[in-house]
Ligand binder design. Sequence first.
Ligand code: TYD
Ligand code: MG
Length: 453
Amino acid sequence: MSKAKSQYQCTDCGAIANKWNGQCADCGAWNTLEEALNTGTGKAANPRFEGYAGNSKITSATDVSLSAQARISSGLSELDRVLGGGLVHGSVTLLGGDPGIGKSTLLVQCLANLSVNHSTLYITGEESLQQVAMRAKRLELPQEHLRLLAETRVESILAHADKEKPDFMVVDSIQTVYTELLNSAPGAVAQVRESAARLVRYAKQTGTAVFLVGHVTKEGALAGPRVLEHMVDTVLYFEGESGSRYRVIRAVKNRFGAVNELGVFAMAEKGLQVVNNPSAIFLSKHPEPVSGSVILVTREGTRPLLVEAQSLVDTSHGGSPRRVALGLEQNRLAMLLAVMHRHAGIAMFDQDVYVNVVGGVRISETAADLPVLLAALSSFRNRPLPADLVVFGEIGLAGEVRPVANGEERLHEAAKHGFKRAIVPFANKPKSSIKGFRVDGIHRLHEALDLLD
Ligand code: TYD
Ligand code: MG
């Protein structure tokens, strides 16, 4: 096959150019020309605008067979959970994360488990066949039927897959894969996008479930400016502190399940192990109550999770005081401190405020508002909160405490772990009381402060 001459397309207006240029001649935008496939029709083939209809025909919804939606277990219960109950045939899952966090380890484990009853193909573009095989051996995984291929040219990958007909396929990683139709180097946006589009089309046509491994850039986006996220069915991110052995997988997009679902793993001698009672690991055990620590109940995805947030408030010695939030949103912390000043009369503008969520988990919901303020206040006054207390609730700019979803479920999780007391938004008070568990419902921020005085 002769190489088609390259074309360039403006990502803003879609205009086609035959030569790369810093500025689009049509709309005048800068740095928007990207290499695109030459289709010979005067239109560039941009996979973003391509459907998967192929030669299908129109059917009524009730006639569509739903059997393809059956779930297959990956052998790792926490991975099944983030996927929404298991793997789906024909689905494409993107697994992103920092280098060394455990993406290859997880997928080798998953594929080896599946290879016992299904046909599998692991395509490695980064490690050698020996490295992959050695890891599978060291982890004592079932490997007799695990098929491996070291290849990075997408045309060759698809040709092998056509012959092998795997039920499950892993491509590790998408940034190493390239198509001979484009001139740019592997890893370039156009290459990543076109290769992924081919693999997605393959998955949809054959019913093969495909995993794509993606690297994350320093800014936290999947390299190839998020171009992959809307092409695939499910996007999973690996999170975790480099020092900690715990790893969290979060579903940030899922066509087959809840978003923000968390799966918790521990990196151990024998690879990634499922953590069955995750609440326990995000609480540090203090022999006696310490100031600045609060236990909050967050609900990421479909399960409540007890998490410890810590705060340190200390006199500031610079021009502007520091607001540092790890595992939480920084701007929200600044906003919450402003609300506390305005509506509860507690000023921290001459204090540095640090907040950290224990265990490297990220909290993306507003239920952490009230706990964060109480942790900061506890550190500021050097007065510990009761050790058997949990807190959750959103705070509005008017100083009101707003209810959060699934309050009752959160309270039961706290009671299950031996907590005796909760301060929550008034509307989250359960209708029937929980035995041995006192719940204080509040409407406004200052009521929480009164309760703790
Ligand atoms: P890896 O899966 O290679 O990361 P990625 O594919 O995301 O780049 O993870 C490798 C890391 O995990 C490495 O730092 C060593 C550690 N590890 C263990 O601690 N135990 C194990 O059993 C394995 C396989 C890896
Ligand atoms: Mg890897």
